[in-house]
Every structure is written in structure tokens, then in C-alpha cells.
Design a protein around this ligand. Structure first.
Ligand SMILES: Cc1cc2nc3c(=O)[nH]c(=O)nc-3n(C[C@H](O)[C@H](O)[C@H](O)COP(=O)(O)OP(=O)(O)OC[C@H]3O[C@@H](n4cnc5c(N)ncnc54)[C@H](O)[C@@H]3O)c2cc1C
Ligand SMILES: C[S@@+](CC[C@H](N)C(=O)[O-])C[C@H]1O[C@@H](n2cnc3c(N)ncnc32)[C@H](O)[C@@H]1O
Length: 659
């Protein structure tokens, strides 16, 4: 769990109470960073040598105040071509609390254009892996919150330069272990360099043993020596499950067809477009956001399990990312979105005791807190039957507004009113063609299918086990009394503060139906659910008198997978996959080596269930990381848990598949 760094401020400089060490040199942190990390990784020269659309990845141990990151970013902006991109991946066991970060970075007015942007997003730091998109996507920061010895083994990246920071080995011996240096070597691209402020023997020996050539050079200020060097001996790669490996074939050109104009399609298109891809976003309706993503209000509802299941880990990463996306992309307003807080009331086996246990699990300040009945009612502005868990930073959004914003990019062309009926591959050109009723609709080297449950309508994706679950929301007219509601309430269902004179409440769950007509009986279910959340709000909305026949609402299908996790990543050819990996049916532990039979350039982003507002935006970044061979935004085990091939694999192992 996340524990913020405990700082003492000595002469205005941050000092770690736990490690008894400084974050940076007393004389000049800025100059020390430039000397140790930038100069000795030759960053200015290497950034300047990047080609158009080139990318460069830096890995760091110990994000601390972010000073190294901000200096690297400044150097990148000064020297790299305008179309190049910087990835900065940093692991941090004890992230600074936002106020401490603000105070520390105020020391460097020169960096204000960079630190301001970081600080604006840093408030929404949640546990786990956190992706920040800065400068419109030119700079990406992936913060791996956790111990370097646990996060780096889960990282899927190629690092060009290492900033080996962290408190002095004598004060922080636990971090400077052989496994750290081995992980650095594993993650390094050929010729990767490193620099570190220390010249301690344990560090030099560890780096040499892992395959780095180590040189002692003069340190900064009073420090006589530091070390730098480069990877000389690439380690033998360990075995990796080929069915979950990254497809190696680079696309013939940077053009993509994205099928589906909901949140998953728009997020995929936006992530690719800001990397310079030319995207055609194809939607069968005349407008975007007409199906599951078409509700007037969607809630950012981070329902967590105390067991840190893959779903909870994904939700933690996605929640922060969606919030940061909203804050940077869409001004808050009654039409767009509101960070009004989400109050989770106990339901479904949840109890105040269980909520107390979850609340006490050591979350970062400002992420969640437990409120008693009186506090909760006061905060919500309406009488509530119980207390609950408050997520103060969360709220509701109008999905269509976010989707429109994401799709509004010069590199995205919209093809609306175009149902894609067939996908065909031109093997000579290595291009996909999407066919509609009247012929080709779009051409691209890559296809991302983000069509909800319709994603399985194509031959190559027919095997994906997608289910549809109908849901209906009720849109009730606000009253003078109901307008007192100030936060979203969640329990069995949810209700949001008024948007444009109405409240959106929902939602029903209906299995095994193809019908999307609005049902009065489901309005009644939603109203009954509301009565359970807050009898006072139910009365304020005149719940008893509202005519189910005359209420407005809409129904749509959620798309889910058998394990309720989204499906995000490259698609394999089903029958070749079965042929190639059949021995797993006899022995699931077989270390087969044959590369997976990918369908060249085909990806999916779907099955976001009832929490697409939290998971779909980050899924766009996952796809872009696959396609551009970038550092992944999530731990490898979680990427595998979302992988489209997981069901084929599971069925092979259970011997449930026939060729
Ligand atoms: C009633 C209800 C309430 C919900 N409430 C919340 C909530 O409060 N918070 C939350 O996080 N989530 C909520 N969800 C879930 C969330 O809405 C979904 O997870 C999310 O919208 C899924 O987005 P998507 O882009 O995958 O699918 P969709 O929004 O369904 O988009 C898929 C798009 O693909 C298009 N398409 C499909 N096939 C083709 C084709 N062949 N050619 C062209 N276009 C095609 C479709 O027309 C559609 O526009 C709710 C869902 C429902 C149904
Ligand atoms: C000297 S500070 C880093 C300074 C930082 N690079 C900067 O630019 O401000 C060292 C950082 O390493 C972090 N750290 C220490 N041990 C760690 C570990 N095992 N894993 C990850 N981070 C660790 C500390 O919490 C601290 O923030």
C-alpha cells in the first residue's frame, strides 16, 4: 500500500525522515542532476540525434521530487525534434504528498513551465502504476508506485538511459541489491547507458556483474566520484510465454482503422493520434457515443476489493488515468463533468466494518475516507441512511462530451454512419480494408476493434467470448429539493447530482435479452434502488408519484468477458494458435517457444463491462504501447490478464478446444 514520504524541511530543503538523507544536493540540486544524470547519459546529444517520430525511454529508481524528470523533460524540449517523444518510467516506494511536491518544486522557478503541468495532474495520484500524459502526449511519465525490486520485474519496456537514484547505499541498502542491477540489464535496449551519484563498491560490483561497463568519474560539488557506463553484455533473455509476448512485426505505415465510436474507440484513436498515427474512426451511427457510452451521466466508481485482485489493480490505475484525462481535456461544468465526489454506501455484503477495514488500508491522502452517517449526509446535502466511503476526487462525466473531445484531433478522420461489415487484409500492401455497405470505408495498416460485443462479429475475432448485459438508466426531472444532492451516491445502483435539470439514475442488469426498448418496469427497479440509497432523495424526486410510463431513459448493452476483465491487445489466429500450443493440453507448464500466430495488425479494445469510464481510456494507452513498442502502462501480469488470447489458452489447458 502507498505511504507518502515523511519529510523534514531543513533550511527549506526536503530531507527524508525515514532514510535520514537529502533528496538532492544542498548546494544546487538542479546542477547536480544536470551533471550526474543528464551529462553522463549524454542526453542533450542523444536527444538531438533522434529521428523524426523517434522515441527515447529513461528509467529511474526513486522519483522523489521529480527534479530529475523535470530536468530531463526540459533538456528533451530544448534538443529533440518536435515530433520525437520522451518516455520517463520511474519507480517510487514513498511518493511525496502533493503539498510536499509543490513545496519542493517551488525551489526551481526555472522549471515552472514543466513542474506546473506535473503538479496539475499529481493530485490524482492513486496506488499502483500511474500514467501521465504531458505536453499533449510528447512526454509520458509512468510512475510505478512500489518498491523497485517488485515493480521492475513487472515492467515491459526497453530503456535507453538509466537514472540510478535512490538514497545512498549505506542509508538504503535494501534497494541496491543484485536483482535491481539484473533488472536494469534485462530492461535495457542495446547500448543503454546509466549514471548514478554514488561510487559505492556494492553498486559498481553489482552493475559489472549484471553486464554494465562501469566508469568512475568526478562527482558533483563535494562528491569526489560518481559512476556512469553502458550495457556491454546483454543478458540471455529468460523464457517468456510467447502467447503473451509483443507482436514483433512493425506495421507497414502509421495508419489505423478504429471501429467503434464509444469511449473505447475514441480513447484508442486519441492515444494513437497523439503519437502521430493517422486514424479513421468508424462508427455505424450518424453520431459518436450512441450505445453504451451514450448515457447522460457515467460515474467514476472505483469499487475496490481488499484483496488486490487484477480487477482492483486495473481500476486503481484506470481511475487515476481517467481523472487526469478529464482534468486535462475537459473543463468542469454542469454539461461536461464534475469532480463532486462519489460516496459508496454499504450494500451487497459490504458493511461499515468492511468499509472501515478498506479505508484503513493506507491509501494516499485525498484518495478515500470513511464518513459516518452524519458526515455523509452533510457532505451529500441530503439525508442518508448510513455512512459510507467517500472518493472525494471522483464524480460523474457526460461520456459523449469526453468522446467528442478525444476524437477532435487533426490526425483523426471520422467515418460516421458506416457499419463495418467485413475486414479484409491486402497481404501484398500489408494493409487492412474495412468494407461497409457500399464498399471500402477505411484503409489502414492496423485495425483496432472497439465495437463492444459486436467486436466478435468479424471472422478473426469470432472466438472472443463476449457477453451482452442489458442495462437501463432512468432520467428523472430535478426538483428544488433534489438539487441539494452534491455528490454521486453509489450502492446497489447510482444517482448523480443534477445535470441540465435532470438526474441520471441506474442501472438495471438484464441477461439473455436482445431487446433495447425502454421498459417502465426497469424504471421502477431504478426508483426502488434509489429509495434504498436515500429515502429522502426518493421523496425529493417524488419517486412514488413519478409515472414509469412517462419517465425518460435509455437502454444499452454492456459488453463483458467471462472473467469480467476487459479484453485489450493483439489478436491471434485461432486455429493456428490451437495447433501450435496444443501440447499445453497435456502439460500446462510446458515452456513452448514457437512465436504466437498473430493476425498481422489486428487489435481489440472491448469488454469494459460496467466500468468503461475507468478502464477504457487507459486501454487506449495499452494499445498504443503495443503498437509503438513503448514502455507499457501496466505491470506485465496485468497486461496478460487483459490479453485477448487468455481464453484460448485457458480452453487449451482445459482441453476444451477442437482445431
Ligand atoms: C445502463 C448502463 C449504465 C452504465 N453506467 C456506467 C457508469 O456509471 N460508469 C462506468 O464507468 N460505466 C458505466 N457503464 C458501462 C460503460 O458505459 C461501458 O463500459 C462503455 O460505454 C463501453 O464503451 P465501448 O466503447 O466499449 O462500447 P460502446 O459505447 O457500446 O461503443 C461501441 C461502438 O461501436 C459501434 N460499432 C459496433 N460494431 C460496429 C461496426 N461493425 N461498425 C461500426 N461501428 C460499430 C457501436 O455502434 C458503438 O457506438 C454503463 C453501461 C450501461 C449500459
Ligand atoms: C534521493 S531521492 C530521489 C530524488 C529524485 N530522483 C528527484 O529527482 O527528486 C530517493 C528516492 O528513492 C525512493 N526509494 C528509496 N528506496 C526505494 C525503493 N526500494 N524502491 C523505490 N523507490 C525507493 C525514496 O523514497 C526517494 O524518493
Amino acid at each position: 500500500m502507498t505511504h507518502h514520504a515523511q519529510l523534514d524541511w531543513q533550511d527549506g530543503q526536503p530531507f527524508s525522515r525515514a532514510f535520514g538523507d537529502v533528496y538532492f544536493s544542498r548546494a544546487s540540486g538542479l546542477e547536480e542532476t544536470r551533471h550526474v544524470f543528464l551529462h553522463h547519459n549524454e542526453l542533450a546529444k542523444r536527444f538531438a540525434a533522434l529521428p523524426e517520430h523517434g522515441q527515447f525511454s529513461i528509467g529511474e529508481t526513486g522519483f522523489g521530487t521529480g527534479l530529475n524528470f523535470l530536468c530531463a523533460w526540459q533538456c528533451f524540449e530544448t534538443h529533440a525534434p518536435a515530433s520525437a517523444r520522451l518516455h520517463f518510467v520511474s519507480t517510487e516506494k514513498f511518493p511525496l504528498a502533493p503539498d510536499d511536491l509543490r513545496q519542493a518544486l517551488a525551489l526551481w522557478p526555472e522549471l515552472a513551465p514543466y513542474s506546473g503541468e506535473l503538479l496539475a495532474q499529481y493530485d490524482t495520484l492513486t496506488p499502483g502504476w500511474q500514467r501521465f500524459v504531458l505536453r499533449g502526449g510528447r512526454v509520458t511519465l509512468t510512475l510505478l508506485i512500489g518498491d523497485a525490486l517488485e515493480t521492475l520485474p513487472e515492467l515491459d519496456a526497453r530503456i535507453d538511459a538509466w537514472f540510478l537514484d535512490g538514497f545512498a547505499p549505506a542509508k538504503n541498502p535494501d534497494m541496491w541489491q543484485p536483482v535491481l542491477f539484473e533488472q536494469m540489464a534485462r530492461l535495457s535496449s542495446p547500448g543503454a547507458t546509466f549514471a548514478t551519484f554514488t561510487s559505492a563498491g556494492v553498486v559498481r560490483r553489482g552493475l559489472s556483474a549484471a553486464g554494465f561497463a562501469v566508469e568512475k568519474v568526478p562527482g558533483y560539488g563535494h562528491k569526489r566520484e560518481m559512476c556512469c557506463g553502458r550495457l556491454e553484455r546483454t543478458p540471455e533473455p529468460g523464457w517468456q510465454a510467447p502467447w503473451f509476448a509483443r507482436p514483433q512485426a512493425a506495421p507497414s505505415e502509421r495508419s489505423a482503422i478504429v471501429i467503434g465510436g464509444g469511449i473505447a474507440g475514441a480513447a484508442s484513436a486519441a492515444s494513437l493520434a497523439r503519437r502521430g498515427w493517422q486514424v479513421t474512426l468508424v462508427e455505424r451511427h450518424e453520431r459518436l457515443a450512441q450505445e453504451a457510452s451514450g448515457n447522460p451521466q457515467g460515474v467514476l466508481y472505483a469499487k475496490l476489493s481488499p484483496h488486490f485482485t487484477p480487477l482492483t489493480r486495473l481500476v486503481l490505475a484506470g481511475y487515476g488515468y481517467s481523472l487526469r484525462t478529464l482534468h486535462t481535456e475537459l473543463p468542469q461544468s454542469e454539461a461536461n463533468w464534475q469532480a463532486c465526489g462519489v460516496l459508496q454506501l454499504p450494500h451487497d455484503g459490504d458493511s461499515p466494518e468492511k468499509q472501515a477495514e478498506l479505508a484503513a488500508a493506507g491509501w494516499p491522502d485525498g484518495f478515500l475516507r470513511q464518513l459516518d452517517q452524519r458526515e455523509a449526509s452533510e457532505l451529500a446535502g441530503i439525508d442518508l441512511p448510513s455512512g459510507g466511503l467517500l472518493f472525494p476526487q471522483a464524480g460523474w462525466l457526460n461520456p459523449a462530451r469526453l468522446i467528442a473531445r478525444l476524437a477532435d484531433h487533426p490526425n483523426i478522420r471520422l467515418a460516421l454512419g458506416e457499419p463495418v461489415l467485413e475486414l479484409a487484409r491486402d497481404p501484398a500492401e500489408r494493409l487492412w480494408v474495412a468494407y461497409g455497405q457500399d464498399g471500402p470505408v477505411a484503409v489502414g495498416a492496423v485495425v483496432v476493434i472497439a465495437g463492444g460485443a459486436e467486436a466478435a462479429a468479424f471472422d478473426a475475432t469470432h472466438h472472443l467470448p463476449l457477453k451482452r448485459i442489458r442495462g437501463q438508466v432512468t432520467v428523472a426531472p430535478a426538483t428544488a429539493d433534489s438539487r441539494r444532492l452534491k455528490t454521486v451516491l453509489c450502492g446497489e445502483g447510482y444517482v448523480s447530482p443534477a445535470r441540465n435539470d435532470t438526474h441520471c439514475l441506474g442501472a438495471t442488469f438484464k441477461f439473455g435479452t436482445d431487446d433495447l426498448s425502454v421498459q417502465p418496469s426497469e424504471h421502477r427497479e431504478n426508483l426502488d434502488m434509489l429509495a434504498g440509497l436515500s429515502p429522502e432523495l426518493y421523496r425529493a424526486l417524488d419517486g412514488e408519484q413519478l409515472s414509469e410510463q412517462r419517465l425518460a431513459g435509455r437502454a444499452a448493452f454492456r459488453c463483458t468477458s467471462p472473467d469480467y476483465l476487459p479484453i485489450v491487445g493483439p489478436v491471434a489466429d485461432r486455429s493456428a494458435f490451437i495447433d501450435r500450443y496444443r501440447p499445453l493440453g497435456q502439460d500446462a507448464t510446458r515452456r513452448l517457444d514457437a512465436p504466437a500466430p498473430w493476425v498481422d495488425g489486428l487489435y481489440v479494445n472491448t469488454a469494459h463491462g460496467s466500468r468503461g469510464m475507468i478502464t477504457a481510456p487507459l486501454a487506449g494507452e495499452i494499445l498504443a504501447a503495443y503498437l509503438d513498442n513503448e514502455p507499457a502502462p501496466l505491470p506485465k501480469s496485468l497486461l496478460d490478464a487483459l490479453h485477448p488470447s487468455r481464453f484460448l489458452l485457458r480452453d487449451l489447458i482445459r482441453q476444451k478446444l477442437k482445431g
